[in-house]
Design a protein around this ligand. Structure first.
Ligand SMILES: Cc1cc2nc3c(=O)[nH]c(=O)nc-3n(C[C@H](O)[C@H](O)[C@H](O)COP(=O)(O)OP(=O)(O)OC[C@H]3O[C@@H](n4cnc5c(N)ncnc54)[C@H](O)[C@@H]3O)c2cc1C
Ligand code: FES
Length: 313
């Protein structure tokens, strides 16, 4: 591990902020179905991270034209120890950045920032929980399942994907949960259909009190609506496009209602990516694009009082 300690160094740590930037070594990279599973030695991040948080990965070297970092949910961490201090992610090679990342050989040094965002809140009592993942969105759920079971919560996992190859973690789920249900759109594994087809029965059978979701927005919306109709709390990790990942650029804003029902546009990289499903204004998305609702705080249709103190504009 000498090479690891030489090549892996902490560049900066904002004391108290709980976020670290490291030059991490990619120590393992392997294909898993349609995805690539990457393991980094990333000192400090493993100890700070909680299920639901993400890392922002720099793409290319110092002269890269790809200026924006790419966000990935943390799949698993191994805290400091002889072979520890590792952070794992599961990457789908979508565009140029993820294609570059998934092609990197073990031994490559890559700049990471993390852990970012708010983690999944855990129940304070041992209530039954259902965890629902779509495609690579299931990556953070196994680590979450472990944390829930350590609290005595019975855990059911539901995994869905378009095809068998796009499922992630079916085998892992069997060890991480008390019950597992699989769906695929084409029927190549498990039940043919969507997770929303099986969720009512899973909710009923498990007497679920909380449902956690991570995956495409349409899936998160149906989880939230099915849960709300049964008085189940939904906590969903959203995947709104993030350009900076650290609260600076505002590209990730989305409409969230507060306790009084007032909708504000909030940065999902800072206030999320985990939100209560019944607080997300799902009606704001059309064809995958998020629009500012007319009644959102500060928008042209906002009927409330001016949110800014007198004299400010
Ligand atoms: C919290 C979170 C967790 C995620 N977890 C995972 C995961 O575990 N596994 C996985 O495979 N993917 C994950 N993703 C998706 C992943 O970040 C994207 O697939 C990836 O950024 C695509 O990069 P690319 O270079 O392949 O695509 P490209 O399309 O080449 O580039 C995408 C880049 O453009 C930026 N961008 C896109 N739309 C906009 C916009 N409207 N405004 C400004 N910038 C924009 C993006 O931020 C990104 O930097 C996650 C995303 C988020 C937000
Ligand atoms: S991604 Fe830049 S503010 Fe959230």
């Amino acid at each position: 591990m000498t090479g690891v300690t030489e090549r892996t160094r902490t560049i900066a740590a904002r004391e108290g902020a709980g976020v670290i930037q490291v030059q991490a070594e990619l120590v393992a990279t392997r294909p898993v179905g349609a995805y690539q599973h990457l393991t980094f030695v990333a000192p400090g991040i493993a100890d700070l991270a909680r299920p639901g948080q993400f890392i922002a990965v720099a793409i290319g070297d110092a002269t890269s034209s790809k200026l924006l970092r790419r966000a990935f949910s943390i799949h698993q961490v191994t805290p400091a120890g002889t072979y520890g201090d590792t952070v794992e992610v599961v990457v789908s090679a979508a565009g140029a950045g993820t294609q570059w990342l998934t092609a990197q050989p073990a031994g490559t040094s890559i700049d990471l920032i993390g852990p970012l965002g708010k983690p999944f809140p855990l129940p304070t009592s041992p209530v039954p929980c259902v965890l629902v993942g779509g495609g690579y969105g299931s990556a953070p759920l196994f680590w979450l399942a472990q944390a829930l079971r350590e609290r005595g919560c019975p855990v059911e996992i539901v995994l869905g994907a378009a095809t068998h190859a796009r499922l992630f973690g079916a085998a892992l789920a069997r060890t991480a949960a008390d019950g597992v249900t699989i769906t695929t759109d084409d029927g190549s594994a498990g039940v043919k259909g969507w997770v929303s087809d099986v969720l009512p029965e899973v909710f009923e059978r498990s007497s679920a009190a909380v449902v956690y979701g991570c995956g495409p927005m349409g899936m998160l919306r149906s989880i939230s609506e099915l849960a709300a109709a049964r008085g189940i709390v939904a906590q969903v990790a959203v995947e709104e496009a993030m350009a900076c990942g650290v609260g600076v650029c505002m590209t990730c804003v989305m409409p969230i209602a507060d306790d009084d029902g007032v909708t504000s546009m909030v940065r999902s990289c800072l206030s999320g990516p985990v939100f209560r499903g019944d607080r997300v204004r799902w009606d704001a998305w059309t064809d995958g694009i998020c629009h500012v609702p007319d009644d959102a705080l500060g928008s042209p249709g906002w009927a409330g009082s001016d949110p800014l103190p007198e004299g400010e504009s």
